[in-house]
Design a binder for this molecule. Sequence first.
Ligand SMILES: O=P(O)(O)OP(=O)(O)OP(=O)(O)OC[C@H]1O[C@@H](n2cnc3c(O)ncnc32)[C@H](O)[C@@H]1O
Ligand SMILES: [Mg+2]
Length: 202
Amino acid sequence: MRENHRKLAPGQLIIASHNDGKVREINALVKPFAITAVSAKKIGLIDPEETGKTFAENAALKARTAAMAANLPALADDSGLCVHALNGDPGIYSARWAGEPRDFDRAMKKVENALIEAETEDYTAHFVCALALAWPDGHEEVFEGRVNGNLVFPGRGDKGFGYDPIFVPNGHDITFAEMDPDRKHDMSHRADAFRKLIKASF
Ligand SMILES: O=P(O)(O)OP(=O)(O)OP(=O)(O)OC[C@H]1O[C@@H](n2cnc3c(O)ncnc32)[C@H](O)[C@@H]1O
Ligand SMILES: [Mg+2]
C-alpha cells in the first residue's frame, strides 16, 4: 500500500459515472469539501466499455477515460452485489445483469432464481465499491469499501437504486431501499470507500 497519496486540490472534479443514483450519492458525500462535482453524463463524456476483471480495474478505467477527456481530475465508482452462494455473482456484472435498457426488477429476479436453482439457504451477500481517482497526468489511486448483509425476496422499499430493495445490511432489519439516504450513507460500501478516499486525498 502506497502511503504517499496525492491530495485533491480545491476545484472541479468530474464524476465519471452515467448512473444518476450513484452521482446523487457521490455528490452528497463530497458536499462538505471545496469540490464542484460535474457528472460525466452532463458534459457529454463517453461511457467506456468496462473491460476490467475487477472492480478496481473498472473504476480506474472509467476515471482515467474521463480525466483524459476533460483534462481535470476524475472520480469513478465501480460497484456491485456479490452473492456468496452464487460464487460472487453478479459481482462486476451487476449492471449487465439488468440488461439494456437497465431493468433492476429483472436483475433482482435473476438473483432470486439463481438462488432457488442453487437450492441454498445461504442468502448472505456483500456490496463492494471501488472508487478511483485519476488525474490528467496519469496518476491514479483506488480505494475499496464493503458492506455485508442478507438478501430478502420480494424486495422492499423505493429509496436508493439498483439492488437496494433486496439488501438488508448486517445489524439492521430494513433494506437499503427502506432506509433514509443519510443512514445508507453512514454504512454503505460507498461510504466505506469514501472514508478511505477522504483520509488519503483531501
Ligand atoms: O459505470 P457507471 O456509469 O458508474 O454506472 P453503472 O450503473 O454502470 O455502475 P457499475 O458499472 O459500477 O455497475 C454497478 C451496478 O451495481 C449496482 N449497485 C452499485 N452500488 C449499489 C448500491 O449502493 N445500491 C444498489 N445497487 C448498487 C447498481 O445497480 C449498478 O448499476
Ligand atoms: Mg457501468
